[in-house]
Design a binder for this molecule. Structure first.
Ligand code: ATP
Length: 238
């Protein structure tokens, strides 16, 4: 069986006295695309933030490549191959597209490799090439999403965490984003995808987890969850 890249066990996260994540277990193995779905406020983003070290744990542990990464921040994690595209993208609005892409490569110093990877990102997202000298803050939501994904790819991640990449985008951009997720996965990057768009996320996923009120309520193969009447009723509006 493939190596476990990420293992979350008994994860608890609280905001003050309010427990948002109440003891969550899941794992992502090398080469998988795993989707975490659930409604608004279920605790998906909080879980992602705990993994990337931007929120402290109230309990449990997170292992990456067999070692606890509790307490490590985004910088350390990116160096080890764990990159995240946060909800709301988080691009550097006063920097150009090209400068943002260089920021994504801050853990590397192979100049030629970086230049080649910028070319690759421009091939995946021709729109970014057209706008390469434009300030990121002046780009549309969809363009900023492409840039955030391109920037994460610049670190050559082993594991890519994507938090709601389709949120707030037009239907055409949603199609484009899911197409890119599928392509990046096909190139061998392991992906943990958090989405409210359950049907699209489960259709792509090897496995999925359903999160409800701070707990995992169901898990299974993506296609099995997609066919499950309870999932269809709760998350696909049927
Ligand atoms: P969404 O899709 O809306 O982002 P989510 O599943 O990602 O939903 P979270 O954002 O993780 O959910 O929120 C989980 C719970 O934690 C919610 O009840 C939310 O109100 C609460 N919460 C999130 N951020 C904070 C915060 N900064 N302070 C207090 N409570 C918070």
């Amino acid at each position: 069986m493939a190596q476990t890249l990420l293992k979350v066990s008994g994860l608890q996260v609280a905001y003050g006295g309010i427990q948002a994540v109440k003891g969550v277990d899941f794992e992502v193995r090398e080469g998988e695309l795993v989707s975490l779905i659930g409604s608004n406020g279920a605790g998906k983003t909080t879980t992602m933030k705990a993994i990337t070290g931007t929120l402290p744990l109230a309990g449990g542990d997170i292992e990456y490549l067999g070692k606890s990464i509790k307490g490590q921040g985004p910088w350390d994690l990116v160096k080890q191959g764990l990159a995240m595209v946060p909800e709301g993208r988080g691009v550097f609005t006063r920097m150009t597209i090209t400068e943002n892409l260089h920021m994504g490569a801050y853990v590397r110093n192979d100049k030629a490799g970086i230049a080649a990877d910028i070319e690759k990102v421009f091939t995946i997202f021709p729109r970014l090439r057209e706008r390469k000298d434009q300030l990121a803050g002046t780009m549309s939501g969809g363009e900023q999403q492409m840039l955030a994904m391109g920037r994460a790819l610049m670190s050559r991640p082993k594991l890519l965490l994507l938090d709601e990449p389709s949120m707030g985008l037009s239907p055409i951009m949603v199609d484009k984003v899911f197409e890119v997720v599928r392509d990046v996965y096909a190139q061998g990057v392991t992906i943990l995808l958090v989405e409210q768009n359950a049907s699209r996320a489960l259709a792509l996923a090897d496995r999925g987890y359903v999160m409800e009120s701070g707990l995992i309520s169901m898990t299974g193969a993506g296609k099995d969850l997609l066919a499950d009447p309870k999932v269809r009723a709760a998350y696909l509006g049927e």
